[in-house]
Design a protein around this ligand. Structure first.
Ligand code: GDP
Ligand code: IMO
Ligand code: MG
Length: 428
């Protein structure tokens, strides 16, 4: 059985919570793109776990894989492992496997991330400053340092030197100092701590596939941050959609592959870029407060707005989504009326999809339909029949607009605050 979890909006849809929930039945959990720009939160009773690089299955001591599609900051990984071990999560070479061919994020990439933003003037992307984009640029430019390079210290030094010299002129211009020898020494110091997890992930995952193990692929970010299909250039630097699982882990296309689209009951975005249903009013503030919409990684206040069915429908198509998981329904509890965007106006033209032109995206006017709210708490509910009629109607309305079944509903941050409407978990 193979399941992929992807975000259908601009990230932070609650992927971590759902991966953790599904992990109770999984054998393997794999990350296939992104890096420590991701911030996935898992709540179990009084404990909260924040994951950036490690697959969320680590909390349940599942076999966790970091695929080659990820860009890996080794220092961030060590820090995260140590934090989680302090929370009594076991991490060792029996449950963590990192692809030998994963590309590394080095200190220089964080500097370049900063410089890239400085050169954009008023058109900041608002990146997480983790060096993600620059590390992917070096990967595609065939200059990157990969995990397997740590095995050969002689060649490693010259590879790092070449990489740093390639970027030096631009960094000099911005008076950013780089020192390849320092990076080399620091990398050598920690190499054993990272190499102990090095493994042929493509092989482990294919062997598991042959044995029909339950494999969960954990996406990071969301479809609208996808380098190809997102709101370019205000996107991340990887393909965040489900197609990336194949090249990001080495797992081939198989039958029995279900794709769950994690979707917030409203919309949020961190960083800059077009956001048609954004609310700069009391309701937007209400979403921030009730939904605790502050970035897991950067602590930035998330921009909030109404549910945009056009975007979610588009993500469903691009990812081949089989079921939707609707999260944070409880955040809508106090509203008298709820709006849903069902199309866009641009001058005299109407759109039922998001056009790629950035200037058009910025000037689209949402077409809303209004649905009555339920004005009663749904927090923590676990049974569809306990949901107020108007909440059920809201969910059914969304299903009619996005043309996909909403099979799981999340009503709170804890793993138990979950409605398994179609009995998905029990049927595994
Ligand atoms: P991810 O990046 O997609 O894993 O999502 P984040 O962890 O960055 O952000 C989601 C936030 O919402 C986290 O703080 C979760 O604990 C919280 N959360 C998840 N599901 C729900 C829910 O149904 N209701 C509420 N109130 N909070 C939720
Ligand atoms: P999870 O997995 C929300 C956003 C950044 C910025 C843009 C590019 O927690 O959903 P980057 O550092 O990737 O080059 O930044 O992408 N971004 C996210 N927004 N959730 C995330 O991950 C994100 N990862 C990156 O805010 O706008
Ligand atoms: Mg997040």
């Amino acid at each position: 059985m193979f399941y992929t979890i992807v975000g259908t909006q601009w990230g932070d849809e609650g992927k971590g919570k759902i991966v953790d929930w599904l992990s109770s039945k999984a054998d393997l959990v794999a990350r296939f793109q992104g890096g420590n720009n991701a911030g996935h939160t898992i709540k179990v009773d009084k404990d909260t776990y924040k994951l950036n690089l490690l697959p969320s299955g680590i909390i349940r001591n599942k076999k966790c894989l970091i695929g080659n599609g990820v860009v890996l900051d080794p220092w961030a990984l060590i820090y995260e492992i140590s934090n989680l071990m302090n929370q009594n999560i076991l991490i060792d070479k029996n449950n963590l496997f990192i692809a030998e061919n994963v590309c590394l994020i080095l200190p220089i990439h964080k500097l370049i991330d900063e410089v890239n933003e400085l050169s954009r003037g008023n058109n900041l992307i608002g990146t997480t400053k983790k060096g993600i984009g620059p590390a992917y640029e070096d990967k595609v430019g065939r200059r990157a340092i990969r995990l397997c390079d740590l095995n050969d210290l002689n060649n490693l030094k010259s590879k790092i030197k070449n990489l740093y010299e390639f970027h030096k002129p631009r960094l000099d211009k911005f008076k950013k100092i780089t020192d390849y020898e320092k990076t080399f020494d620091e990398l050598v110091n920690i190499s054993k701590q990272i190499l102990m997890y090095s493994a042929p992930v493509w092989k482990i995952i294919n062997d598991a596939g042959k044995q029909n193990k339950f494999i969960l692929f954990e996406g990071a970010q969301g479809s609208l941050l996808d380098i190809d299909f997102g709101t370019y250039p205000y996107v991340t630097s990887s393909n965040t959609s489900s197609g990336q699982i194949f090249s990001g882990t080495g797992f081939g296309i198989k039958e029995n592959h279900n794709i769950l689209g994690i979707t917030k009951a409203y919309t949020t975005r961190v960083g800059s870029g077009p956001f048609v249903t954004e609310l700069n009013d009391d309701i937007g503030d209400h979403f921030v407060e009730k939904g605790q919409e502050f970035g897991t990684v950067t602590k930035r206040r998330r921009r909030c707005g109404w549910f945009d069915s056009v975007l979610v429908k588009q993500s469903i198509a691009i990812n081949g989504i089989t079921d939707i998981v609707l999260t944070k329904l409880d955040v809508l509890d106090n509203l008298r009326d709820i709006k849903v965007c069902v199309g866009y106006n641009y001058g005299n033209q109407e759109y039922n999809h998001l056009p790629f032109d950035e200037n058009i995206q910025k000037n689209l006017v949402p077409i809303y339909e209004t649905i009555p709210g339920w004005e009663i708490s749904t927090f923590g509910l676990t049974d569809w029949n306990d949901l107020p009629k108007n909440a059920q109607n809201y969910i059914k309305f969304l299903e009619s607009k996005i043309e996909k079944k909403i099979s799981i509903i999340s009503t709170g941050p804890d793993r138990i605050h979950t409605i398994d409407r179609n009995n998905l978990l029990n049927n595994f």
